[in-house]
Design a protein around this ligand. Structure first.
Ligand SMILES: Cc1ncc(COP(=O)(O)O)c(C=O)c1O
Length: 391
C-alpha cells in the first residue's frame, strides 16, 4: 500500500495563497508561521493531480456538464462514509459553501428576517447575513467541562416568527465538535416546529476521528430531512479549497424545487471542469489517503495537547473530535484580546485566528490550524513557550 508523506515541507510563498501570501496584509508581518486559514499545507494527493493533468492534456476546455460518474462518486462516498443513501436528484453543485449560504438567504429570506447562529462559530455565518441586512440572532453554545453543548431552552426562547434560517456547523468549527444523532434530531424537531430552515454546513465531516461518528443532518430523522439543506465538499479533506468543489443535498421536494430553481435561473449550479474532475477523483480513489492524512493530523493534535500540558499548562487544549483546527483556551494567561494576539504574533511569530472573531464565547481563545508537517509545530510551540516565559 502506498505510504503518503505528510512531513514534506512545501513552500507556498508566491502562489497567492491567503494563508502565506496575505500574512503581511492581515497581520502586518510576512515572516510569521501561518497556523490560521483553514486549508492544509500538504500536497494535494496524486490521484487528484493526475486526473486534473489528464484532463489538461486534452487542451480543450469548453462548456461542461456534471457527468454520471461525478454524481455516482458522491452517492457512493456518502454511502460508504455515513451509510447514507441519497438520490441523484437531491444533489447539486454549488460554487462554495459560504456562497451557498448567501444563496439560501437570498432565496428563502428577506432583509429584516432573522438568522440564528450558535457562537462561537465560523465567522461568515455572522458576516454573510449581516452584509445582506438580515438580523443575526444568537444561541451561544453552552460550555461544559472542556466541551460544548447546544442550548435548546435558550433556542426555544429566542425563536420567533421572524426567524427563518438556522446555520449549523456540523461538525462545529471552531471547537471540532461532532454533534450526536440525538442533538441533531432535537435541533431538527425545534426548527421544524417553528418553520426554521436548517442549513447544515458539513464541510469538516470527512475528517471525524474515530470513535466519533458523523451524522449528515437529514439522515437523523424524517423531520430533519424535511426542514434542511445540507452542504458538503471534498475541499477540506483533500486540500483543494481553491478548486471550489462544494455541493448541496436536499431530500425535501419543496425546498429542493425552490432552491434549485433559484440556482438554475442564475446558472449558479454550473460547475467547472476541474471541480467535477477533482471531486470524482477524490471520492473514487481517496479513502486510503484520507485515512493516512487523518492519522497524521490526529498525531499533530496529540502533539499539541501533550506539549501544552507539559510546557504551557496555562493554555488548555480542546482536542477536536473532527478536523485540523485546535481550539486553545488561553484565558488563564489573563491577557486582553489585543495582548493575546500580540503575544502570538509579535512575540512568538505565529499567525493563529483570534478566537474573538468567532463571536461570543471566543474571547480569550485562539484557533490553531495543525494541518501542517509536524516539524512546523515542533518549532512553533517552543517559540510560544519562550514568548510566554519572557512576558
Ligand atoms: C465551517 C466552514 N464552512 C465553510 C467553509 C468554507 O467553505 P467554502 O470554501 O466552500 O465557501 C469553511 C472554511 O474554513 C468552514 O470552516
Amino acid at each position: 500500500m502506498k505510504q503518503y508523506n505528510f512531513d514534506e515541507i512545501i513552500n507556498r510563498k508566491g502562489t497567492n495563497c491567503i494563508k502565506v501570501d496575505a500574512l503581511e496584509t492581515v497581520y502586518g508581518k510576512a515572516d510569521l508561521t501561518p497556523l490560521w486559514v483553514a486549508d492544509m499545507d500538504f500536497r494535494t494527493p496524486d490521484f487528484i493531480v493526475d486526473a486534473l493533468k489528464k484532463r489538461c492534456a486534452h487542451e480543450v476546455f469548453g462548456y461542461t456538464f456534471a457527468s454520471d460518474d461525478y454524481y455516482h462518486s458522491i452517492i457512493r462516498w456518502l454511502n460508504t462514509q455515513y451509510a447514507w443513501e441519497i438520490k441523484k436528484e437531491w444533489l447539486s453543485y454549488i460554487p462554495g459553501i459560504v456562497k451557498g449560504i448567501a444563496f439560501v438567504l437570498d432565496c428563502f429570506t428577506r432583509p429584516g428576517d432573522k438568522v440564528i447562529i450558535q457562537p462561537p462559530v465560523y465567522h461568515p455565518f455572522r458576516l454573510v447575513p449581516e452584509a445582506m441586512q438580515r438580523e443575526v440572532v444568537y444561541n451561544p453554545l453552552k460550555q461544559t467541562e472542556g466541551a460544548y453543548e447546544m442550548d435548546f431552552d435558550q433556542l426555544e426562547s429566542i425563536i420567533d416568527e421572524k426567524c427563518k434560517v438556522l446555520i449549523l456547523s456540523n461538525p462545529h468549527n471552531p471547537g471540532g465538535i461532532v454533534w450526536t444523532k440525538e442533538t441533531l434530531a432535537r435541533l431538527a424537531e425545534i426548527c421544524a416546529r417553528h418553520q426554521v430552515l436548517v442549513v447544515s454546513d458539513e464541510i469538516h465531516s470527512e475528517m471525524v476521528y474515530p470513535p466519533f461518528r458523523h451524522y449528515p443532518f437529514p439522515s437523523v430523522s424524517e423531520t430533519a430531512a424535511s426542514c434542511s439543506i445540507t452542504f458538503m465538499a471534498p475541499s477540506k479533506t483533500f486540500n483543494i479549497a481553491g478548486i471550489v468543489t462544494s455541493y448541496a443535498i436536499i431530500p425535501d421536494d419543496l425546498i429542493r424545487e425552490k432552491f434549485y430553481t433559484f440556482l438554475e435561473a442564475r446558472e449558479l449550479s454550473a460547475g467547472t471542469i476541474f471541480a467535477y474532475e477533482a471531486t470524482r477523483a477524490a471520492y473514487t480513489y481517496g479513502e486510503e489517503w484520507r485515512k493516512q492524512m487523518l492519522q497524521y493530523v490526529m498525531q499533530n493534535v496529540d502533539y499539541v495537547a501533550n506539549y501544552m500540558a507539559e510546557n504551557i499548562p496555562q493554555i488548555k487544549v480542546y482536542k477536536p473530535q473532527a478536523s485540523f483546527l485546535v481550539w486553545l483556551d488561553c484565558r488563564e494567561l489573563g491577557l486582553s484580546r489585543k495582548e493575546l494576539v500580540s503575544l502570538f504574533v509579535n512575540d512568538a511569530g505565529l499567525a493563529l485566528n483570534d478566537g474573538a472573531m468567532f463571536g461570543s464565547g471566543g474571547e480569550g481563545y485562539m484557533r490553531m490550524n495543525v494541518g501542517c508537517p509536524r516539524a512546523v509545530l515542533e518549532r512553533s510551540l517552543p517559540a510560544l513557550k519562550e514568548a510566554i516565559r519572557h512576558r
